[in-house]
Design a binder for this molecule. Structure first.
Ligand SMILES: [Zn+2]
Length: 307
């Protein structure tokens, strides 16, 4: 019964929301402030930097009005919501401005927004609404970034289940493609497939250099002592288990209409997400890396922005 009442309330809310034509309030959004989608299923933090962070698998909420999913991956990416909030906090501490942040607050057993819709919601209409709104919020953020900056960077934040310490950066090139030489990877075919394609087209560096050379995010993290691939020291995986980037990275990290680039980052547990202190340590370094990357490749100094 409760389920039907809640569903009815949401239907009314939806009509009202659609009537307004806006998911977020019409009034001026405030950077650093949180706004919530229908049912509080997604949290949107408004920003004023050309960076969009998302945490699709870190949610805890298991509302009874949404049916459990039964197929595909169901596990939470533990403490990735906390990591995403800490990263946002650190970026603010250093730059005085906010990245845009979109968090799926639902547990993965209720919704997996990093999948095609059918697998993501598995027939539940409320999960479907949550799915649409999660992606719409990212779209709103990217559109806003584009209007203000003409370009932007998208980061989808995850956790992998492997015991060993390795950060995996996914730019939509699968494991087997990373076995190609730099020269081979500089072919337009791979550039076009990658979530760095919009940057590669205007960069003074080659695509392979952006992907895993001395000026890549992998190199910058490696220089700070984090085990990461692809990078100059680890240009390719040891085995075929490698997260090359999922649905979100495809949809939101490559958007040419907003001139976006992006990446998926898969983090490990032991020494990175296991304690608040380690999350903090990683976010301090990762913030420096993002700032350095944006300065060098986007020619935007996030630490020295005018109002
Ligand atoms: Zn994940």
């Amino acid at each position: 019964m409760i389920r039907y009442i809640v569903a009815l309330l949401f239907a009314v809310t939806l009509v009202f929301t659609q009537g307004k034509g806006e998911l977020l309030p019409d009034s001026c959004l405030i950077p650093g402030q949180s706004y919530f989608s229908t049912g509080g299923y997604s949290e949107y933090v408004h920003g004023n930097l050309p960076i969009v962070l998302t945490a699709p698998h870190g949610g805890y909420d298991k509302p009874e009005e949404i049916n459990d999913r039964t197929r595909s991956a169901l596990n939470q990416d533990i403490r990735t919501m906390e990591l995403t909030r800490e990263l946002s906090k650190r970026i603010y501490e250093v730059t005085g401005k906010y990245p845009y942040v979109i968090i799926n607050k639902l547990h993965r057993i209720k919704l997996d927004p990093n999948r095609e819709k059918e697998v993501a919601i598995q027939g539940d209409s409320l999960a479907g609404l949550a799915y649409d709104e999660f992606h719409e919020l990212i779209e709103i953020a990217e559109k806003d970034v584009y209007a203000n900056w003409g370009t932007g960077f998208y980061i989808d934040i995850h956790a992998h289940p492997y015991k060993d310490r390795r950060i995996e950066l996914g730019y939509l090139l699968e494991a087997e493609l990373l076995f190609f030489s730099d020269e081979e990877l500089n072919d337009d075919l791979f550039v076009e497939k990658s979530s760095l394609k919009n940057l590669a087209k205007i960069s003074e560096y080659s695509f392979a250099e952006l992907l895993r050379g001395e000026v890549s995010i992998g190199a910058l993290l490696e220089n700070k002592g984090w085990p990461v691939l692809p990078s100059p020291k680890k240009p390719k995986p040891k085995d075929q288990f490698f997260f090359s980037g999922g649905y979100n990275t495809v949809v939101h990290g490559t958007k040419s209409e907003y001139n976006f680039n992006g990446m998926q980052i898969e983090t490990y547990w032991d020494g990175l997400r296991d304690t608040d202190e380690n999350i903090r340590k990683f976010c301090v370094d990762y913030t420096d890396v993002i700032i350095e990357f944006m300065k060098r490749h986007y020619k935007i100094d996030l630490t020295n922005l005018s109002e």
